[in-house]
Design a binder for this molecule. Structure first.
Ligand code: F6R
Length: 611
């Protein structure tokens, strides 16, 4: 939540700051601002609203100076006001700061400062840091020393970009728990919350670790550890191309990302598949011996990633014959849940920066269990906490509503299951081969579903004036019912709930009338199909409007349901990769038709770095 960027260069930086903060906007869009250092003076332009709105009023790119910082805000402390917008200045106006995170002890610090005569211009926790840095500068030393000493007084999470009017050309950055990456450009250095913000300027980065301090000028980058000693850090090459962070002709990032799924699934699956096996070991360090030693899996995740984990729970039980359970990361970390020996804790995250998931993962590491991250962002905090990482190759996901990250997470879990089933010898080669075959087909099958975009858009028209919706699914499709409901509510603001189909009779059926759309995921299978047909009959008997997701060629369901969207036939366990696609498109079109801001839904942030 909140995005920060900073640049120090041999040329004016404002255009780069404006472009970067626009790319970071998915992290927060309550207010936006930048500070540039022009000679010995700090100039600030900031305002309430989205980047385009504020930029139209203030003309960010016209700000003078070769060093600067910028910020987009998702408000935590204090209202959505001009004064609470970043950057914040210290009392003498000589220090400017942008911050992503939460300072938990800010109130105590603020009271101390106020008792010593400090007046505050905002209600934010961040402004306290600017005051502390100014005080530390008065005690002597450089901006780097002051930032280091001030950060010692902070409890909580922070990624900071700091300028001082007395050190023109210098940008100082530090972090604890909030992400911060340093980019190496052509006679310039950059900092950002996320590589996507600086990809146009560099593909070479260093990830700052907790409590490290970076001192950047156009020509130099020095990084210091917590003890103040200069350190050398490994530079990494980012293989995401810039195009991946653009809309590429689509109206919204979300729509583009939905359509990218065939390619991204193939990128995630293909390099790991051989004719008769999954190859993971060299990449992840997860050997067959490690897999054989796993008796239980505990998933930790939030939101959409939690839904992917629920699919994972099903897969581990069904395919790898290994007990699995799914925990909300935010709950797990405050419980004393037993972690028996032989447990693999799997943390799932698109960003790798979700505060609750990372804290729960850290707790698992502390308790001595083996951990694995399933994550999309290379070098993110999560991948540095976990013992092993399986990357999803979804590329940058900018739309706030997660789509391609979800399906690639499921594909990664499926691969892990094949590997585990093979290592444990719980499935025969024929079964393994058919799973490999099924997975290979999935990208093409997703493509076929995307071809029905126009049909789905027409169905979406029936939702636009509704206030509620119900999503039903059974077995491996129950998490997809939850995910479909989440997608609808988060971007179209229609209240939606997902249930296991059989649970409908235990309460939700009371809600059904002719105003209630009921989305039923009912692909043909031996176990539950007939029962789900029964649920559709029950909805129809109460005048509900049924939108069925059915297997191609199923005429029975088409006669019962008001609208039917077909998905290709697949192995039951691969079904979620397909059944979720029409639900993503449905929610997209409903939100679009309702005039909602699809890529930046209200109150949300793409990366939840606060608890
Ligand atoms: C919903 C959505 C969120 C995220 C959740 C976890 O579309 O995107 O629910 O899934 O905030 O984020 P990550 O996966 O980055 O840990």
């Amino acid at each position: 939540m909140c995005g920060i960027i900073g640049v120090t260069s041999t040329e004016p930086v404002a255009p780069k700051l404006a472009d970067g903060v626009r790319r970071l906007e998915y992290r927060g869009y309550d207010s936006v601002g930048l500070a540039t250092l022009d000679g010995g003076a700090i100039g600030i332009r900031k305002g309430v609203g989205k980047v385009d709105e504020v930029d139209a009023q203030l003309d960010f790119a016209a700000a003078a100076g070769n060093t600067g910082i910028a910020h987009c805000r998702w408000g935590t402390h204090g209202g959505i006001t001009h004064n609470n917008a970043h950057p914040h200045l210290s009392p003498n106006g000589k220090v400017a700061i942008v911050h992503n995170g939460i300072i938990e002890n800010y109130l105590a610090l603020k009271q101390d400062l106020q008792a010593n005569g400090h007046a505050f211009a905002s209600e934010t926790d961040t402004e306290v840091i600017a005051h502390l840095i100014e005080l530390e500068l008065e005690h002597g030393g450089t901006l780097k020393d002051a930032v280091h000493r001030a950060s010692k007084q902070l409890v909580g999470s922070y990624a900071l970009g700091v300028l001082s009017a007395d050190e023109p050309g210098t940008l100082v950055a530090t972090r604890n728990e909030s992400p911060l990456v340093i980019g190496f450009g052509d006679r310039e250095h950059l900092i950002a919350s996320d590589v996507a913000a600086i990809l146009t300027h560099t593909d070479t980065v260093v990830y700052l670790d907790n409590h490290e301090v970076a001192v950047l000028t156009a020509e130099s980058c020095a990084i210091y550890d917590d003890g103040g000693f200069a350190i050398d850090k490994q530079r990494e090459k980012i293989d995401w191309d810039m195009e991946a962070a653009e809309k590429g002709g689509f109206e919204h990032f979300m729509l583009k990302e939905i359509h990218e799924q065939p390619g991204k699934l193939a990128d995630t699956i293909s390099p790991r598949l051989r004719d008769h096996e999954v190859v993971f070991e060299a990449e992840t360090g997860v050997t067959a011996e490690v897999l054989r030693g796993i008796d239980r899996v505990i998933f930790l995740a939030c939101g959409t990633s939690w839904h992917a984990a629920m699919v994972g729970e099903f897969l581990f039980e069904e395919l790898a014959k290994t007990p699995a359970e799914v925990e909300y990361a935010s709950e797990f970390r405050y419980r004393n849940a037993p972690i028996p020996p032989g447990t693999l804790v799997v943390a799932m995250s698109q960003s790798g920066e979700t505060a609750d998931t990372n804290a729960a993962l850290e707790e698992a590491v502390r308790r001595g269990t083996r951990t694995l991250a399933v994550c999309n962002v290379r070098g993110s905090t999560m991948t540095r906490i976990a013992h092993h990482t399986v990357y999803t190759h979804a590329g940058p996901e900018i739309g706030v509503a997660s789509t391609k990250a979800f399906t690639t997470q499921i594909a990664a879990l499926y691969l892990l299951n094949i590997a585990m089933a093979q290592a444990k010898g719980v499935l025969n080669q024929q079964q393994i081969d058919s799973m490999i075959q099924g997975l290979r087909q999935a990208p093409l099958q997703v493509e076929q579903i995307l071809d029905q975009n126009d049909t789905i858009q027409k169905i979406a028209k029936h939702f636009t004036s509704r206030s509620n919706a119900i999503y039903l699914g059974r077995g491996v499709h129950f998490p997809i019912a939850l995910e479909g409901a989440l997608k609808l509510k988060e971007i179209s603001y229609i209240h939606a709930e997902g249930y296991p189909a059989a649970e409908m009779k235990h309460g939700p059926i009371a809600l059904i009338d002719k105003q209630m759309p009921v989305v039923v995921i009912a692909p043909t299978d031996k176990l539950t199909y007939q029962k789900t047909l029964g649920n559709i009959e029950e909805v129809k008997a109460r005048d509900g409007v049924v939108i069925a997701i059915a297997t191609e060629g199923d005429q029975t369901i088409a006669q019962l349901a008001d609208h039917t969207i077909y998905i290709p036939e697949s192995l039951y366990s691969i079904g979620p990769l397909l059944s979720v696609i029409p639900l993503q498109l449905l929610s997209y079109h409903v939100a679009e038709l309702r005039g909602c801001d699809v890529d930046k839904p209200r109150n949300l942030s793409k990366v939840v770095t606060v608890e």
